[in-house]
Design a protein around this ligand. Sequence first.
Ligand code: NAD
Length: 487
Amino acid sequence: MTGPSTQLLIDGALAAGGAGVFLTINPATEEPLGVAADADAADLDRAIAAARSAFDSSGWCRDTALRVHCLGQLRDALNDEIETLREITIAEAGAPRSLTFRGQLQTPVDDLEFPAATAERYPWRVDLGVAAPMGISTARTMVREPFGVVGAITPWNFPHQVTFAKLGPALAAGNTVVLKPAPDTPWCAAEVGRIIAEKTDFPPGVVNIVTASDHRIGARLAEDPRVDVVSFTGSTATGRSVMTAAAQTIKKVFLELGGKSAFVVLDDADLTAACTAAASTVAMHAGQGCALTTRLLVPRECYGEALDAVSAAMSRVPVGDPSDPKTLCGPLISGKQRDRVQSYLDLAIAEGGMFACGGGRPAGLERGFYLEPTVIAGLTNDARVAREEIFGPVLVVLAHDGDADALRIANDSPYGLSATVFGTEDRAALVASRLRAGTVNVNGGTWYCADVPFGGYKQSGIGREMGLAGFEEYLETKVIATAVRGS
Ligand code: NAD
């Protein structure tokens, strides 16, 4: 692995961090990997000033062709260095190698094409025609414009996916950006900064990247009056703080938050196929995915059979070194996260549940923040482990008494990010239509795609990322009403 960038990107130049450097840790070994630039408040201030000036004073926000050109350059340059980025992502995020060919890296890089193409064909000005409101004959034009400066705050679990799902549409729409990545995965973001500085024509200040060990740098970004939009992905608890901070200046808040998504198995489904799909979904990347289905709802009469099927499938999930191409479940991101997940396993037992499989450290993996894929049984949807996001390879299996009861349980959650239904087509479609969630997979279909808007109901967020809706999140609406003379 070549040495990754340890610099910030501010006003078009790579720079050292005012607070020095901080350690990055390999979650698979618990050993330090190296250091990353540690931004301080002065660095953030310069980054926001640069983004503000680039928006207000350069032609970036009006030059669609330049924006499409720069995003195309970025995609090509990222692809040129994809093998370096892959090794960094595996080492720093503990992302299984197989996932870097899909949603962890390659797919979001390729998906930069979508917002660029959307900007090229977007109806920036729409003629609303002539009308005579209050007797005044008027020609009306609706104009869509970028907001200004976007403060993007990202988590560690899918660092490239979240970064590009924000940078792509925000920049294509004509905004400038200050990106504040999670302290656990600074290299993934810093490498993007280096590539932008070295290999693209983005004007200075259009993209600024500040890696920082201190979460308060994110808080400052959210409250700064020079920032017009906060685009945040992370936990619901932090999202609440971001919303509060942003409220002081009434800035637009876009939130992609946590989930406790339901996997509903109807009584006419292929139980084994459904349980196998549920197991591999929740164990993927050690369960560190916001939209993973972490509650499995099965018909009460086959609860025992379902437990056996899902436990057998969980036990077959390849757990271990994320650099091994066969691995599906790597380590958790940190010791703190492993302790947090472990505390939920302890809670499951305290709440009267039991482990149908897993519950401990995988055999032969003495180092690294690993946890066995675990199935919790014997609880109802009232249990805290069935209501709160655990963010580990942990599946809670619940019994339901038919389609209506399954819907009631699935929707009885503070979250509403995603869901899955397995069953014959018509019944599954009816259940899907009544689930209170932003995306629903049916019988193994998948929603994830550049043109599909993704986001949550309820406490899973506000707004949509990706797709046309994700592009329009970064646009203001203006109407110009011109009196028609002589009418
Ligand atoms: P987190 O909320 O702890 O941190 C997310 C980011 O917010 C980090 O960059 C962090 O430094 C920053 N931050 C922390 N405190 C802040 C504050 N007060 N103000 C502003 N910024 C602050 O989340 P995490 O642990 O990095 O990521 C895991 C969480 O992210 C899970 O809850 C997961 O469900 C969620 N997530 C959601 C989606 C989605 O699209 N809905 C996608 C990925 C992850």
